[in-house]
Design a binder for this molecule. Sequence first.
Ligand SMILES: Cc1cc2nc3c(=O)[nH]c(=O)nc-3n(C[C@H](O)[C@H](O)[C@H](O)COP(=O)(O)O)c2cc1C
Length: 331
Amino acid sequence: MFKVGNISIEKAILLAPMEDISDVSFRVVCKELGADVVYTEFANAEGLIRKSEKTHKKLEIVEEERPVGIQIYGSGVESMAAAAKIAEEENPDLIDINAGCWVKNVVAHGAGAGLLKDPPFMQKLVKEVVDSVSLPVTVKTRLGIDSDSIQILEVAKRLEDVGVKALTVHCRTRVMGHKGEPDWDWIPRIKQVVNIPVVLNGNVLTPQDVKKAFDETGADGVMIARGAIGNPWIFYEAKQILANGSVTSVVDENLKIKTCLRHLLLAVKIKGEKRAVLEHRKFYSGYLKGLPFAAQVRKELMTVIEFNLVEDILLKYLESLKQEAVETIIN
Ligand SMILES: Cc1cc2nc3c(=O)[nH]c(=O)nc-3n(C[C@H](O)[C@H](O)[C@H](O)COP(=O)(O)O)c2cc1C
C-alpha cells in the first residue's frame, strides 16, 4: 500500500520525475490516463533560494494532477531545508528529495546520487528537510554508487528513522546510469528492513512490466519514467492488466492523436505557442509509433511552429487513417 500523508493507494502506479518531460501538461495527461501519483521534474535548491524564475516555474502545479510531489535536489543541509519550505508554499501533496541523479555535474556537487557517498550525511540532510516542513517527505534514490558499494538497506533504515514517508528505488547503481538490467530483487529485501512504502523504479517499460514488477517484488508502487514518454497510455493499459489480467481496450489511432493534441494544447496554455510546439517535437515518434506513414507525418510536423497547423496535419492524418480503414473493410 502506497500510504503517504492523505494518499492511500493499493498498487500505486507513479509517473517519475523527468527533467524537460514531466511538466504540468505531461503530468495532467498521464493523470487523465491513470497515473496515481505524479512528480515534477527536479528543481535545484540553490536556484529556488536565488529566486531563479526558470527554477521556480518547475514548482507550478495544478489541481487536476493531484496527488503530486515536488522534487528538489541539492547538497547543502540548510539550502535543501530552505528549498523545501519554498516548495511547500506551492502546496503539493508531498516533497521528494532526489538522491539518485547520476549526471556528472549533479554528483560532482554532492547532490543526487552523490548523497549516497556518505549515508550519515544524507540522513542529516534529509532529517533537516523533514523537520523544516509539515508535508510528508519522500526520497528517490539508487541501490548505491557501484556494485561494490550497495548500501540501500542501510540507507533505507536511516531514512525511515528520520521520518521519510516513502522510498523510491531506481534499482540500478549510480555508475550504471540508465543502462544495464536493474536488479528488482532488492525491493523485497528493502521491504524486509523498513515499514514505509517502497516504490520500484527501473525498466518498467510496458504495461506487462508493471504487473510483473508488483507480482515479483511485492512493491507498494511502481514508478514509470521512459516507458511513459510519448506513451502515456501505459498507465491506462497497466490499470487494465492489474484489474483484468489483460489489456481489454486497445489504444487506437483516435486516442493516440487526440492525446498528442491534448498534451500540446495544455503545453501551449502554460508555455506559450512557439515554445510548446517546438518542445512537443520530441513526443511525436512515441505518439505516432506503429501508425502507417508515421515517418512522413512526423517530417511534416517538424516544419510547423503553430498549434493550428499541427492540429490540421494531425486531424487530416486521422481522417486518412479512418478512410483507409473503411476502404479495407469494403474491399
Ligand atoms: C529525460 C529524463 C529525465 C529525468 N529527470 C529526472 C529528474 O528530474 N529526477 C529524478 O529523480 N529522476 C530523473 N530521471 C530518472 C527517472 O526518473 C528514472 O529514475 C529512470 O529513468 C529509470 O526509470 P525508467 O527505467 O522507467 O526510465 C530522468 C530520466 C530521464 C529519461
